[in-house]
Design a protein around this ligand. Structure first.
Ligand SMILES: C[S@@+](CC[C@H](N)C(=O)[O-])C[C@H]1O[C@@H](n2cnc3c(N)ncnc32)[C@H](O)[C@@H]1O
Length: 207
């Protein structure tokens, strides 16, 4: 298994969105955060020989990180065709030999029926900026219906909401981590060149 920092380095070639859509919250997950999530999942046996699904895969950062470990297969799903084009191109850049199925679909009505041993990894839209708080709820609903374990990134302060959602939907948070997410300036409404926000990562087991 490569180290976390080797994985971060490999992910450094993953390009950002060509034409980011603000309403879809198209921010590339930073390589360091993606490798943190996937490396932690791999250490817990949640990647090897499993189906791994990245909901809202965007540039493919998380899905591609998973391909660099030992999954049975990887699915990257996004609603935006342009993002999937970028993800395919990024797959060529990292030169991974693991097959990825890129699926254009709404993650809140995902046409997926994976096997029992499925890991969802995701950095869903937070909905915090446009007042659509907990836009991540619909992504969690899909996750609860297709995964037995998931790793997801949420904005800081989501712990109570995620815990209550999991409890109501047959899930349990087994691990919670704090992390930082550097947002580059890519939209007009952003004033600074880049901004660091606090996020939370959760590992959830679903029954
Ligand atoms: C924060 S970005 C995820 C970034 C991705 N992990 C990456 O590193 O590029 C959120 C992603 O969710 C996608 N998205 C938003 N709403 C969606 C929906 N209803 N169904 C599927 N994808 C959606 C966006 O197009 C965007 O790529």
């Amino acid at each position: 298994m490569s180290t976390k920092s080797q994985l971060t380095q490999q992910l450094g070639v993953v390009a950002g969105f060509d034409d980011p859509q603000v309403d879809l919250e198209q921010y590339r997950t930073p390589p360091g955060l993606a490798s943190y999530l996937v490396h932690s999942a791999d250490l817990r046996g949640d990647i090897d020989d499993r189906v791994v699904i990245d909901l809202g895969c965007g540039t493919g950062m998380l899905a591609l990180a998973a391909t660099l470990r030992g999954p049975e297969r990887v699915v990257g799903l996004d609603i935006d065709r342009g993002a999937l084009r970028t993800a395919r191109e990024n797959k060529r850049r990292i030169a991974s030999t693991t097959e990825v199925s890129w699926v254009q679909a709404d993650a809140t009505r995902a046409p997926l029926c994976p096997p029992d041993e499925t890991t969802v990894i995701m950095n869903p839209p937070f909905g915090a900026q446009d007042g659509n708080e907990h836009a991540d709820r619909a992504f969690l609903e899909t996750t609860a219906s297709i995964a037995d374990v998931s790793y997801s990134i949420h904005n800081a302060g989501s712990g109570e909401f995620v815990e209550a959602f999991a409890a109501d939907n047959g899930g349990e948070i087994t691990h919670a981590y704090g992390a930082e997410f550097t947002l580059p300036k890519q939209f007009d409404h952003q004033q600074e060149d880049s901004r660091v926000i606090d996020v939370e990562l959760f590992r959830i087991e679903w029954r």
